[in-house]
Design a protein around this ligand. Structure first.
Ligand code: ZN
Length: 326
């Protein structure tokens, strides 16, 4: 993945983003966060506010402040929805539920994993993330229609990036809350080491299914709102086909993103401590080294050098931090 495309997916909100926001119905609020905290959607009206995804910070403090700024007291929240069981989407569950008492809705697989405190299939052990799941009180199946705020949304299973993932589609306004199946010109990583190569087939099938929908605006799990979902989906379809033809492409896509996500979780951190930390995580032995490197450490060094050159990572006083929004 080239630099231009990477930067495109991590840009901070611009005037054009604010103009795109005006295309949302007033009852739908989209909050773009970063790559450690997934985006949030707040659905207002009806029987009370509904929050989709709670980010990665377990204290939920920033999110509670964002809700207050929208005039939504925590106690008024009616429901929390998790698009899938990755910690960057459900990290704030415990804090938000403690403040609101709202139940959590998720797909059956995510609900089972919450109940079992599953750590491998949700990547917690894979990326060494400490975490405690909060049980889901509502289980949603593919095809369910749910009243969220003032609008009715369709639940769509979107396996691939995560087997338990769901999207929400609102047909009148043609809105898609797309989680990590559809980002701007990209999708969430496909972790074939954990889920097998069938995850890539599932992602391709999900992309094809989303291509059948009329989408005026997509609200992704990371990155900005997407006005041309068809173009992004076409790009994802061709990227996934490229992964099938050349697994090295899948590895590079995953390693770049996981490197940044890992740094965001550890920063500020010295170069040696970061690389030592990464080298003991399973993803480095599963996805490194790729062709042309003598070992995993050499590739990580090279990748870090590239990120520093690109301004994506900065090193100051011997400590690394990321310029990508957290
Ligand atoms: Zn995810």
């Amino acid at each position: 993945m080239g630099r231009a495309q990477y930067i495109l997916t991590i840009r901070v909100p611009l005037i054009c983003d604010l103009l795109v926001m005006t295309k949302l119905p007033p009852s739908v609020r989209f909050w773009q966060r970063g790559w450690h905290n997934a985006n949030h959607v707040l659905l207002l009206g009806g029987e009370g506010p509904v929050l989709v995804d709670t980010g990665g910070d377990e204290d939920g403090a920033v999110l509670l402040k964002m809700m207050q700024a929208e005039g939504v007291a925590a106690a008024a929240l009616r429901l929390i929805v998790n698009t899938h069981a990755h910690w960057d989407h459900c990290g704030g569950n415990q804090a938000i539920q403690a403040a609101s008492g709202a139940p959590i809705a998720a797909n059956p697989l995510a609900a089972a994993w919450f109940a079992q405190q599953e750590r491998y299939l949700t990547w917690l052990d894979y990326f060494a993330v400490p975490f405690t799941y909060t049980p889901a009180g509502l289980i949603w199946q593919d095809g369910d229609e749910v009243q969220l705020g003032e609008l009715v949304w369709q639940v769509i299973a979107i396996p691939g990036h995560a087997p338990d993932a769901i999207a929400l589609y609102q047909p009148e306004h043609k809105l898609l809350i797309s989680a990590d199946a559809l980002h701007l010109n990209d999708c969430g990583i496909i972790n074939v080491a954990v889920h097998g190569w069938e995850a890539l087939d599932a992602a391709a099938a999900t992309t094809a299914r989303l291509q059948q929908l009329e989408i005026a605006l997509a609200l992704p799990g990371h990155g900005p709102l997407i006005t041309d979902a068809a173009a992004s989906l076409e790009r994802i379809a061709s990227m996934l086909a490229g992964f099938r033809a050349d697994p090295e492409k899948l590895h590079r896509h995953l390693v770049r993103r996981v490197f940044i996500a890992t740094l965001l979780g550890q920063q500020p951190i010295s170069r040696s401590a970061l690389l030592a930390w990464m080298l003991h995580l399973p993803w480095t032995s599963d996805y490194l080294p790729t062709t042309g490197y003598p070992n995993a450490a050499a590739q990580l060094h090279d990748l870090l050098h590239t990120f520093i050159q690109q301004g994506i990572v900065i090193e100051q006083n011997g400590l690394l931090t990321c310029t990508v929004p957290r």
